[in-house]
Design a protein around this ligand. Structure first.
Ligand SMILES: Cc1ncc(COP(=O)(O)O)c(C=O)c1O
Ligand SMILES: N[C@@H](CCCC[NH3+])C(=O)O
Length: 443
């Protein structure tokens, strides 16, 4: 397994992250456990901020909180000076509860409810990324009612097909998100937004997809957005102050993955902005981006305890862990691949090829196929790397499995940032109608 950030094998042969021995972490917190390398998260935040500073452009880096949104993470991101992108009232609530400055919060989503818009207006967030005409009308009406002016960006689909899994590709014309540049709907949206009384149109937003390794898709998106901005300037005399180019920068999950360094992505984007907005545009726009996965993805490791196994001679050996698709649905959803190792036996040599099964009542609940490990025993610890993004965030209670705890580790200290769910949590929202009430059979 590739060792990201501060991960290393210590002299006892144990995986250590942030100076914490994972065998000790299991003793303290139990498994499954998400372990987040705080130093690596901070390093990634700084890589973005430094690269943008070097570009000389005015910028905002908004962490896409959908990747991993808990209060401690919001605090950390604020501490590093980033902005925050939220897509629901739940994420907004978490950010506000964490004391994240509202003026640096951007609100996304293709179906924001009136309640969500109200909540965000009342909180005086920095910007709404408006996705469609119905939302624009709703937002205008609510802002007018409250007699306030709200900042907006219009989300456009630039007609760029990102080279990634089709379920996480979003910039193409046939997408549920945004106003299409190609069919005139983006132009109409600019016309309406720039004419509205209570909406302050700052600019455009484009996001082409996720886990992208090449820069050409981003460069093409910048050129399409720049062409469109010039058209809008010419036809409507509207100038954009801000261009938001979304997130999507890829990370290394597996050996064959070849992401660029953060600085290279940023340079490609900022150079493209300088190039395509150079001619005919009154000023270089402010550039905003929204990285999620590339801030937290490789900082996360999930620690499991091995339970049962099933050997089918000549076919395959299944080794089951105490988690699965409930804490990491990505293999089942996207056929995502992960690397893993035995965290308590990091120096032992490889002896067998096994497939890692989750504990859900679902044949598709497989975390890793054909993984080379030392001879695995019940009670061993399995560490799966690169689980910081879209794992805890997409976790579920399927089979009424309790969501794991999350710890931040740094310099030999561990801090619990999300406690493990309890049985009470699992049944907290259940109600039993009076007519079928019976005393609980288990306390
Ligand atoms: C609008 C928007 N912004 C930002 C992101 C973050 O993407 P990533 O985690 O790939 O950086 C996403 C998710 O793909 C998104 O939909
Ligand atoms: N949730 C996806 C990516 C989509 C992100 C949001 N647009 C993943 O796990 O890779």
């Amino acid at each position: 397994m590739y060792l990201h950030g501060t991960s290393k094998i210590n002299s006892s042969g144990h995986l250590e992250i942030g100076g914490c021995d994972t065998v000790d972490l299991k003793q303290t917190y139990g498994t499954p456990l998400y372990i987040m390398d705080e130093a690596l998260i901070r390093q990634r935040c700084r890589e973005y901020m430094d690269a943008f500073r070097a570009s000389g452009l005015t910028f905002q880096v908004a962490y896409a909180s959908k990747a991993f949104c808990v209060k401690a993470m919001c605090r950390l991101v604020d501490d590093e000076g980033l902005s925050l992108d939220v897509v629901s009232e739940g994420e907004l609530y978490t950010a506000l509860q964490a004391g994240f400055p509202a003026e640096r919060i951007h609100f996304h989503g293709n179906n924001k409810t009136p309640e969500e818009l109200e909540m965000a207006i009342s909180a005086q967030i920095g910007c709404f990324v408006v996705d469609n005409f119905i939302e624009m009308q709703m937002l205008q009406a609510l802002a007018e009612e409250k007699n306030v002016s709200v900042n907006i960006l219009l989300r456009v689909t630039p007609g760029v097909e990102a080279h990634t899994h089709e379920y996480i590709s979003t910039g193409q014309t046939d997408s549920k998100f945004g106003f299409d540049i190609g069919n005139g709907s983006a132009f109409e949206a600019v016309k309406q937004a720039s004419g509205s009384r209570n909406l302050k149109l700052l600019g455009l937003h484009s996001h082409i997809g996720s886990q992208i390794f090449e820069v050409d898709g981003f460069q093409l998106a910048v050129s399409r957005v720049a062409d469109f901005s010039l058209e809008v300037k010419r036809e409507l005399d509207v100038t954009f102050k801000v261009i938001n180019l979304g997130g999507g920068f890829g990370i290394r999950y597996m050996e064959g993955d070849t992401p660029l360094a953060v600085a290279e992505y940023v340079k490609a984007i900022t150079d493209a902005v300088k190039k395509f907005f150079a001619e005919g545009y009154p000023q270089l726009p402010e550039i905003w981006v929204e990285p999620g996965r590339s801030i937290v993805g490789d900082a996360g490791t999930t620690l499991y305890t091995v339970g049962t196994s099933k050997d089918i001679p000549g076919v395959r050996k299944y080794v089951a862990v105490d988690g699965g698709m409930t804490d990491n649905p990505r293999p089942a959803l996207y056929e995502s691949k992960y690397e893993a190792m035995l965290a308590n036996r990091g120096l032992d040599r490889v002896e067998e090829t096994v497939s890692i099964a989750g504990k859900c009542c679902e044949s598709g609940d497989m975390l890793i196929w054909d993984l080379e490990l030392p001879k695995v025993n019940s009670g061993d610890l399995l560490a799966v790397s690169c689980t910081g993004a879209y794992n805890y965030a997409m976790a579920s209670n399927y089979n009424r499995i309790r969501r794991p705890a999350v710890v931040f580790v740094q310099d030999g200290h561990s801090d619990l940032v999300v406690r493990r769910e309890s049985f009470e949590d699992i049944t907290a929202c259940d109600l039993v109608p009076e007519r079928i009430v019976k005393q609980p059979s288990f306390k």
